[in-house]
Design a protein around this ligand. Sequence first.
Ligand SMILES: [Zn+2]
Length: 134
Amino acid sequence: MILYELRCPSDHRFEGWFRNSDAFEAQQSAQEIACPVCGDKQVDRALMAPAVGRKSNNLPDPAQAITLLRTLRKVVEESHENVGDRFAEEARKIHYGETEQRGIYGQATEDEAEELADEGIEIGRLPWMPLADS
Ligand SMILES: [Zn+2]
């Protein structure tokens, strides 16, 4: 069984259960579905609003996302060397073996990030969340 939100030409909205989408289309074309408000049989499916806040979708809510990014930032800061705005330069040196291999983080401009990608240098990009206590 599926639940459809239906709509008549006068924009009355109502719900109907159908065995499947074929059953709905058959009943619709046979004009067996009538609007409970005005009795109009020219009903059609209304667009369903996207489901929000359901447990079944795994997207974190904004608060969870911020916590996640803050955690990620902490992990990165503790395990990588901060090279600040020399990030692109250092990433390139590491890539070409001109300096020791290590994890680094810092800031890069859009252009720098694109140049690195063009050279096949893999970098991760994060929206940098301010820490809770700063
Ligand atoms: Zn109606």
